[in-house]
Design a protein around this ligand. Structure first.
Ligand SMILES: [Cu+2]
Length: 164
């Protein structure tokens, strides 16, 4: 009797795994398009002392124009800026057909690569301001895929979490 219960449980378990498919999320693989913009955001002030560490020394994605250089008519004013992908945190499932549609608003040129969780390169492309680019791939690994700008790294980066 106990043997029959055990066999039944194994069969139910096997059926459940088969129904979930290889994705493991219970979702059927689908086509998904993410629209991403490349933008530069800026902030300036004359109310605070300038930063003790030049932000441009922390990341190639940061810009800094110090007091006196930014606005000759207001020598106390300074500005910081950064390049970003927006949005920069995305989620998909293994087996999805993912399209990244990228539009470049700011920055003349960005040399960008897409890296798989194991460090292999999926795609390399040069993005120029005013243009829209499309990259389509089907992830065969779960984990974080990274869209990285080599000109403005490490901070100009987007992560695509691919669920198993
Ligand atoms: Cu860039």
């Amino acid at each position: 009797m106990k043997k029959h219960v055990l066999i039944g449980a194994v069969l139910v378990g096997a059926f459940f795994l088969a129904a979930c498919g290889s994705a493991g999320t219970g979702l059927a693989p689908s086509d998904v398009t993410f629209d991403i913009s490349v933008i530069e955001i800026k902030g300036s002030t004359d109310k605070l002392d300038p930063p003790e560490v030049d932000p441009a020394s922390l990341s190639k994605g940061y810009g800094y124009t110090g007091p006196g250089d930014f606005d000759p008519e207001n020598p106390a004013k300074w500005q910081v800026s950064t390049y970003i992908f927006s949005p920069a945190a995305l989620t998909a499932a293994k087996g999805d057909r993912i399209t990244l549609r990228i539009f470049v608003v700011n920055g003349d040129t960005h040399a960008v690569h897409l890296e798989a969780p194991d460090g292999s390169r999926v795609e390399e492309l040069v993005l120029n301001r005013g243009n829209e680019y499309s990259v389509t791939f089907t992830p065969d690994q779960s984990g974080y895929y990274t869209l990285q700008c080599d000109n403005h790294g490490p901070t100009m980066q987007a992560k695509i979490l691919v669920l198993p």
